[in-house]
Ligand binder design. Sequence first.
Ligand SMILES: Cc1cc2nc3c(=O)[nH]c(=O)nc-3n(C[C@H](O)[C@H](O)[C@H](O)COP(=O)(O)OP(=O)(O)OC[C@H]3O[C@@H](n4cnc5c(N)ncnc54)[C@H](O)[C@@H]3O)c2cc1C
Length: 471
Amino acid sequence: MSKIWLPLVRRYSTQPSSPVVGILGSGPAAFYTAHRLFRNDPSIKIDMYEATPVPFGLVRYGVAPDHPEVKQVEHKFTEIANNNQFRFLGNIHVGKDLPLSTLSQHYDALVYAYGAPSDKLLNIPGEHLRGVYSARQVVGWYNSDPRHQNVGLSLSRLKDLVVIGQGNVSLDIARIMLSKPEQLSPTDINPLFLQQLCESTLQRLHIVGRRDLSSVSFTIKELRELFSLSSATFLAPEYTSSLQFLSEEALSTFDRARKRLIKLIQSKIQAAQQNPPTSPSQKNPSNFWGLEFGLTPVEILGRNGQVEKVRFQKTETVRNDTTSSSDFVEIPAQAVVRSIGYKSVPIPGMQELGIPFDMTRGVILNDDGHIGPGMYASGWVKNGPVGVIASTMMDSFSTADKLYKDWLAREPFLKGTKAGWDGIRPIVKTPVVTWKDWEAIKNHEIENGLQHESVSEKFRTWDDALRVLHK
Ligand SMILES: Cc1cc2nc3c(=O)[nH]c(=O)nc-3n(C[C@H](O)[C@H](O)[C@H](O)COP(=O)(O)OP(=O)(O)OC[C@H]3O[C@@H](n4cnc5c(N)ncnc54)[C@H](O)[C@@H]3O)c2cc1C
């Protein structure tokens, strides 16, 4: 690989001045990397390139609207953006609006922090039927992400919803789908989604996992929230055949946090088994939700191109091994949400620059964030699409420290002009959104929210957001 890098890099013979750094992306990884770089050296110059006209990545378009406390990190990011050495350059999709090779000519270092903009697929027949959605589409829809406003999911025609995957994103989707609209209306949730929620006919929501109950990827706080919803009743598993509760002895092999999680699930299932809802008043108008385990999706079945049910093969997990049985079950569903993970993909131009990408894991190959001379990675594109904001923060600090340490050690960096954005501006044709522009967009969104007595109403098209700026 050194051959590919050689013409692009320089080695300093003297102590270098502060580096000029370009960061791709504006989610938590990007902002925390910037924060740590400024801590290491306040004279560093940072330009942050963001594909959409608005910053914050999944904090804006992923984190559930009823978790405003999580979105508080935006205040911290705003502080970072107010540093005089920082420039936000929104509405520039690197690889489309701006060739990566051009970008690499004007910086000492580039940090790839562009997250996981694609989705993992189930790769089973029927996955492309009408009524099958990715978690990203559904989450984007209720979060007013302009890329997911024509999802086509109608809640007023829905009785059974199957969510495939047992991580926190599935819990978010279930909680939002099962909440009372009035609980969500003060948030920045999409008002069009809220209207549909008012007309929702959803009765049963199943969150289905391939493995046993000890393998779920939920965190206890999110699970407790779903259990405590007053608008939905938890049902014992209906389709899981080999439901095995773990004995105290078996539980002792897990760490404390996982033990508490498993115990919670077991106790809720036991309670639901002992008190199944029987009377019509208990059944109606409440919604029901449940967890199913040991079911591997093998086919999504439909009629006239529209999903009707999901066929699962029963599996058994012993320790970490999963074996398939010859038994199958079918769960009815007018909509299916595939919630098995986000995925990173390479940016056009990476291959030409010799940036190694592991397509199976969906990560840029790196060594503690270091990809090659002057090239670094942070966040989900560095490690894969796992981890919360706090872990992304710690990990981004580590990339920033590595970059700065390499700089001080006079390791090879990019042979940039150091002009940064000033060298690039003439070739970018899209209307660029600055931080000041973003603040104007945000203020309009807050004003729009006042009409609904909500904290904010986000623009649901990029054109509407840009119109505020007359761009
Ligand atoms: C649905 C969902 C809910 C979540 N809820 C929580 C929660 O409640 N609490 C919590 O702690 N964590 C939560 N997380 C996890 C958290 O969002 C991630 O840990 C974090 O966002 C990862 O940060 P990142 O910067 O790597 O990626 P991202 O946040 O995805 O940011 C990447 C940014 O790069 C931009 N980009 C992509 N391609 C390009 C390009 N070519 N050029 C320029 N820019 C580009 C994207 O537009 C995006 O703004 C949630 C995740 C999901 C998916």
